[in-house]
Structures are given as C-alpha cells and as structure tokens.
Design a protein around this ligand. Structure first.
Ligand SMILES: [Zn+2]
Ligand SMILES: [Zn+2]
Length: 77
C-alpha cells in the first residue's frame, strides 16, 4: 500500500498558522524542489518523500516572510 502526501496531491490545504503574525501559512511546495536553491547542505533530505511516512514541505507566510520546513504525514489513498 503506497502512502501519498495529501498536500502534494491537493487533497488537503494547509492549516498551520504563522507563529509571528497569525496569518495562515502557504505551501511553498516540497522541500526537494528547493534543493538547488539551498545547496548541498540539504542533500540528506532528498529521500524524505514517502519513505519515512512524511513529506517535507516548505511553508511560508506571505504577510511577514516567516518560513519553516514542516513534515507532512503521508496517508493511504
Ligand atoms: Zn508533499
Ligand atoms: Zn507571518
């Protein structure tokens, strides 16, 4: 049974709140998509998707510029 990330598959919207200003965080996409930007430091997370039961996303706040990486639990479809 393959588990899928609900955010990657548009099954779920983000309900996390910015700890700085209280606005809703937006999904910046899978962290893998940012590897080029962050450089080799993040090479170790290339294997996150579906293997460890979570998919790491970059969440950001459009309002204040806050961002964080968040592990999204994958679910069986
Ligand atoms: Zn995902
Ligand atoms: Zn904010």
């Amino acid at each position: 049974m393959q588990k899928q990330c609900p955010l990657c598959n548009s099954l779920q919207s983000i309900r996390f709140i910015c700890p700085v200003c209280g606005e809703r965080l937006l999904d910046g996409g899978k962290i893998e998509d940012y590897l080029d930007a962050y450089g080799p430091y993040f090479e170790s997370v290339t294997d996150t998707n579906d293997h460890n039961g979570h998919c790491t996303h970059l969440l950001y706040c459009k309002h204040c510029g806050y961002d964080e990486r968040r592990d999204i639990e994958t679910i069986e479809l």
